[in-house]
Write a protein that binds this ligand. Structure first.
Ligand code: RB5
Length: 151
């Protein structure tokens, strides 16, 4: 199950992603927003972040005007690694190296076609693990306040 959310700035590109998921028969939970009327992106970041961090949803996709504000808010939810992405290479690498669990994109930055392409890459790429595992664990330690600077 994929958690989806956006503000008015990301509504257009996330609608295209929803259409793609519908066509592919991929299940998702949509948290809004529901039109291009102005709303506050942290609300949707919170809802999607909670759905992913609780395990209710495996991965999330969030869209706002730039992808930045909504990623900042999502990254405040414990357990969330949200990445703002606007190209194919980063969509792949943030899954492979960072084990990102939320993809963030900007409706004023990329086209709907590109948003669908990036969502497809993000949802079909696995974490590489190995040497990246320890680095991702270090991010969690920073979040938990247990990180030790051993240098
Ligand atoms: C809304 O105008 C805009 O600020 C928002 O969509 C987003 O780009 C924030 O980072």
């Amino acid at each position: 199950m994929i958690a989806l959310g956006c503000d008015h700035g990301g509504y257009g590109i996330l609608s295209a992603v929803r259409k793609y998921l519908d066509e592919k028969g991929i299940e998702y939970k949509y948290f809004g927003c529901f039109s291009e009327e102005s709303v506050d992106y942290p609300l949707y970041a919170y809802k999607v972040g909670k759905a992913v961090s609780s395990g209710e949803c495996e991965l999330g996709i969030l869209c706002c005007g730039t992808g930045i504000g909504i990623s900042m808010a999502a990254n405040k939810v414990k357990g969330i690694r949200a990445a703002v992405v606007s190209d194919e290479f980063c969509a792949e690498m943030t899954r492979r190296h960072n084990n990102a669990n939320v993809l963030c994109m900007g409706g004023r930055v990329i086209s709907s076609d590109m948003a669908v392409r990036l969502a497809e890459i993000f949802l079909t790429t696995d974490f590489d693990g190995g040497r990246h595992e320890n680095r991702v664990n270090m991010i969690t330690e920073i979040e938990n306040g247990t990180f030790e600077d051993k240098e």
